[in-house]
Ligand binder design. Structure first.
Ligand SMILES: [Zn+2]
Length: 382
């Protein structure tokens, strides 16, 4: 596809995903996808000539086969009716509390992966940024569902970019370790993977420690930055700039694939960090300033309101549409005439950890940074 040369960012919209329900009381709510779309539209973030929305309606045949095993895909297909569960499915992680069988499980999976694959093709074709809010399922393994993830669209997107000849890096700022992606590229020096997440001492998937640095030729190309409970924006941004941005800069990718989960925020019901969307969006902006080509994927986030505001800010950043704080609705030179259109109403109250707990967090952060500088930086500097 030839892109309008003015197009900066494409919002992939697999609208139908929003209609599925994992289970009535399941924390992962696919409706987040349409709610993010609605808020972006309400804020005027699609009405600029440099951006466009691309609906993803048709699932692409063969997309799951790019990463998943035939046996596992067959399990998803068999579970698609929503009411059949057997021991074989359970042995592949399907039918658990976290990954229940639901009606349309296979259709959901294929459409989600299709949207991420399409985003990868756009980036390979020269589009600067693309965002699939219906992707980012970083825990799924080739033959097993895990942590609310049935398929790993992240790996599929990274592989597509790699195959197209792009030098590609992966950055994961979800509160959970991106274990499925780590596993896929653990011995591969051609794909740098960086994950910042709450420590595996206190959170699923119970791994992602700093000592997991890749294997063989891949040593040094897998970076984990475990965050202590109560980590705030300041500590996060310190680690983000000194480790993640530094490593990405040394690696010098053409495209950064980002998993931008919003479950690091203090109000998230499943995690124990104390971030706000201010630290989150400052990190994304810092990344974007250095790397203009970003394929953004969704991910975790279990307070719906947080997810929706966080990803609307994310889209505004990728699209280069800055909503002026405290300034009613002037955007792209057009006055939108709606006093509610200001950035500030999307931002959280700032929140900081202080006193001795903060000092302890800073000490641990400095230790992670010096370890990175001693053991990993030399490999990336070669
Ligand atoms: Zn998460």
């Amino acid at each position: 596809m030839t892109e309008n040369t003015q197009t900066k960012a494409v919002f992939l919209y697999p609208r139908r995903l929003a209609e599925y329900v994992f289970a009535p009381d399941h924390p992962f709510k696919p409706e987040r996808i349409s709610r993010v779309y609605d808020l972006c539209r309400q804020k005027g973030l699609f009405s600029h000539p440099s951006v466009r929305v691309e609906e993803v309606l048709e699932p692409e045949e063969g997309v799951l086969e790019r990463f998943h095993t035939p046996q596992y895909i067959e399990m998803l297909r068999r579970a698609n009716g929503g009411n059949n569960l057997d021991a074989a499915m359970l042995s592949h992680g399907i039918g658990t509390m976290e990954n229940p069988v639901f009606a349309g499980i296979y259709d959901f999976s294929v459409l989600s992966a299709t949207a991420s694959l399409r985003a990868a093709r756009l980036l390979a074709g020269g589009t600067l940024c693309a965002f699939n809010p219906g992707g980012g399922f970083h825990h799924a393994h080739a033959d097993r569902a895990s942590g609310f993830c049935y398929i790993n669209d992240v790996v599929i997107a990274l592989e597509e970019l790699k195959r197209s000849g792009k030098r590609v890096a992966y950055l994961d700022i979800d509160a959970h370790h991106g274990d499925g992606v780590q596993e896929a590229f653990y011995q591969d020096p051609e794909v740098l993977t960086v994950s910042l997440h709450e420590s595996g001492k206190t959170l699923f998937p119970w791994g992602g420690f700093a000592g997991e640095r890749g294997k063989g030729a891949g040593f040094g190309y897998n970076i984990n930055v475990p965050l202590e409970p109560s980590t705030d924006d300041e500590v996060f941004l310190l680690l983000f700039s000194r480790i993640a941005l530094d490593a990405l800069t040394l690696f010098d990718p053409d495209v950064v694939v980002g998993q931008f989960g919003t479950d690091t925020f203090s109000t998230d019901p499943l995690t124990h960090l104390r971030m706000t969307n201010n630290g989150y969006i400052e990190a994304v902006a810092g990344l974007h300033e250095r790397f203009p080509r970003i394929l953004a994927l969704g991910g975790g986030g279990y307070n719906l309101d947080n997810v929706v505001r966080g990803w609307t800010l994310l889209w505004a950043e990728l699209a280069g549409l800055k909503l002026e704080e405290g300034y009613g609705g002037a955007m792209g030179g057009v006055f939108l005439g709606d006093a509610s259109i200001v950035d500030s109403d999307l931002r959280d109250m700032r929140l900081f950890t202080s006193g001795p707990p903060k000092e302890s967090l800073m000490e641990k952060a400095e230790a992670l940074i010096s370890e990175y500088e001693k053991l990993v930086r030399p490999v990336l500097s070669k």
